[in-house]
Design a protein around this ligand. Sequence first.
Ligand code: FEO
Length: 165
Amino acid sequence: MINHKIEKMLNKQLNDELYSSYYYLAMSAYFENNAFEGFAKWMRMQSDEERVHAMKIYDFIHQVGGKVKLTTIKTPQTEWANPIAVFKDTYKHECEVTKSINTIVDTALNIKDHATNNFMQWFISEQVEEEATTQRLLDQLKFIGADKKGLFMLDREIGQRTVIT
Ligand code: FEO
């Protein structure tokens, strides 16, 4: 049977992953509204990916005999000044997710919950990738700055994304 504190933390993380999905969908809508088709597609896939993350936690809670408690998902921001502002927020958000993942692992290790620790290692690796990807895109956008041609090219390139992990 799962430890009560860990169960609560996993349920919070489940909600946070669903919020991430919602947040990135709001970013995708922003890009759609501003004619950035490639960024819109990438963010929509990112939103789908976050739902996959949420469902991994959902399944794990059940597997270890816990109870899933779904709660309200807060309303995400819907407007940004420009694509750089979106990716600044994306990177910041991923860093926050990393912190909460690390806290769950710290707690699991403290109480010798090896199953949760083992399960969460996938998320530890995933966060390294998430931070690196969003940081790279942010760096590219900063490099491009106000150059419309560069922005157009990056939008096309990023729209080639075909996988979610
Ligand atoms: Fe579920 Fe983007 O971390």
